[in-house]
Design a protein around this ligand. Structure first.
Ligand code: NAD
Length: 490
């Protein structure tokens, strides 16, 4: 059943149409800074909706696969232009739906523009290789082929840029997509669908369904016509989906949690390190996969560094955004509790903020624990909130050991002037993204993004490497000797 969209109740976007779920159910989307504000109602999709979306994507695949790759790039360029025109509106929706500041929201939209620009350009660089043959008059080359229908399952913390970077990479390669955004951020996803619709993609190339992660996410992975899954979210859910995909022999790309460390050595510029730590740990309310969660500080500068970062954290309290929802708030507060119980020394923050403008939102003070040891829960588990642990280290080697001792391996940074230690750090740290004298956050469109260990697997996103997950290689042997010769030496 096709329906006219009204601002309050959004349909799913399937086969180029806005369609209400067969479940007949919707769910309100709340502003985490003011839970009295409802931003819209979104479909609680059913299995039937999943099937419809996959069918639409399957139907659209043959034509999209055959479209010349530069033409696919032009669609992405058009998407970029429309996104540019709607950037303020989208940033405001992002600010109200996810809770990040308007500046951060604009930053996320700008990043998405860069991503579209980059992948549109890949349409003109969709190269294979020519490879010399062992045989005379034989020409060998390779070409990329799309996989088919791919499912994209995304989190709430970058609800614009993560769907964009998955969709742009999948689409330029000639796949058709079904996006399942986080149930906490359906509004921004559906604005993106409007933008893709306006960009002139053929019907069914891009589809989006909202609703329960457990139901839709699992159903997409299990659907026989879904050929691959790209997931970003928690390690717990990622591993579960990996098992489901593995049983069905499907490729799955996983971008998961982090416990990112910054090492501060005794020769570091402490002001620079404190500014980067504040930005990395407390910016975006600590709700970034690349957020700094552990500061590993050489003992001679421990006290001076702790003082500087605590001052910065206190200054940030006023402008701190909310946690995304009540569950996230409770999770962050329970980690603060465990930090206290396990012997961390609370040097700043540690409470929910409930006064005045914070009264109706899920706000937590910027929180810093000193005297944390690597065994404590707050030093090991991903918190995903504005909580930073300072861990003392005896020397560089000790700091490196502590930094590598966690299950995650997404990003890390070091502050020092010592070139030898910088390069040893680059060689020895087990993470996918390394920063030198800068914060652990950020990533540029043309650079591979992702982590090692329990932070990621299945290949990198962004950069040219992103194409590897969304394509198969086809090797082509062309024999141009004519009929008179044998076909092989063997
Ligand atoms: P999440 O794992 O709860 O949810 C991610 C997605 O999976 C959502 O769309 C959700 O609806 C869906 N989902 C939830 N339960 C499911 C289930 N049982 N089966 C199938 N799908 C299910 O993660 P989140 O809370 O939305 O996001 C925060 C997490 O994402 C953090 O761990 C963060 O580190 C991680 N993250 C990682 C990266 C990266 O690139 N490595 C980037 C951003 C966020």
């Amino acid at each position: 059943m096709s329906v006219k969209i009204d601002l309050k109740t959004w349909g799913n976007f399937i086969g180029g149409e806005w369609i209400f779920s067969s479940s007949g159910k919707t769910k309100p989307d709340l502003n985490p800074a003011n839970t009295d504000e409802i931003l819209g109602y979104f479909q609680e999709s059913s299995l039937e909706d999943v099937n419809k979306a996959v069918d639409a994507a399957k139907k659209a695949f043959p034509e999209w696969k055959r479209a010349p790759v530069p033409e696919r790039g032009k669609r992405l360029l058009k998407t970029m232009q429309i996104l540019e025109q709607r950037k303020e509106e989208l940033a405001q929706a992002l600010n109200r739906e996810e809770g990040k500041s308007l500046n951060e929201a604009i930053g996320e939209v700008l990043k998405s523009l860069n991503v579209l620009d980059f992948f549109a350009g890949e349409g003109k660089r969709f190269y294979g290789e020519t490879i010399p043959s062992e045989l005379p008059k034989n020409f060998i080359y390779t070409k990329r082929e799309p996989l088919g229908v791919v499912a994209l399952i995304t989190p709430w913390n970058f609800p614009v840029s993560i769907p964009i970077w998955k969709m742009a990479a999948a689409l330029i390669c000639g796949n058709t997509v079904v996006l399942k955004p986080s149930s906490l951020t359906p509004w921004t996803a559906m604005i993106l669908m409007e933008i893709f619709q306006e960009s002139g993609f053929p019907k069914g190339v891009v589809n989006c369904i909202t609703g329960s992660g457990a139901m839709i996410g699992d159903a997409l992975v299990k659907h026989p016509e879904v050929k691959a899954i790209s997931f970003t979210g928690s390690t717990e859910i990622g591993r579960k989906l990996q098992a489901l995909a593995g049983q069905r022999g499907k490729p799955i790309q996983l971008e998961m949690g982090g416990k990112n460390a910054v090492i501060v050595l005794k020769d570091a510029d402490l002001d620079l390190a404190a500014s980067a730590a504040a930005l990395g740990a407390l910016g975006s309310t600590g709700q970034r996969c690349t957020a700094t969660s552990r500061m590993i500080v050489e003992e001679p500068v421990l006290e001076a560094f702790t003082k500087k970062i605590s001052e910065k954290a206190k200054q940030m309290a006023e402008n701190m955004g909310p946690c995304v929802d009540e569950n996230q708030l409770k999770k962050v507060l329970s980690y603060i509790d465990s930090g206290k119980k396990e012997g961390g020394k609370l040097v700043c923050g540690g409470h929910r903020m409930t006064e005045e403008k914070h009264a109706k939102g899920y706000y937590v003070e910027p929180t810093i624990f000193a005297e944390v040891t690597p065994e404590m829960t707050i030093a090991k588990e991903e918190i995903f909130g504005p909580v930073l642990s300072i861990i003392p280290a005896k020397n560089f080697k000790d700091a490196l050991k502590i930094a590598n001792e966690v299950e995650y391996g997404l990003s890390a940074s070091i502050f020092t002037q010592d070139a030898e230690k910088i390069f040893e750090f680059i060689d020895e740290i087990d993470v996918g993204m390394v920063h030198i004298n800068s914060a652990t956050i950020g990533g540029e469109a043309q650079v591979p993004f992702g982590g090692m260990k329990n932070s990621g697997m299945g290949g990198r996103e962004m950069g040219r490497q992103a194409l590897d997950f969304f394509t198969e290689w086809k090797s082509v042997y062309v024999d141009y000797t004519g009929s008179s010769r044998k076909t092989s030496f063997y």
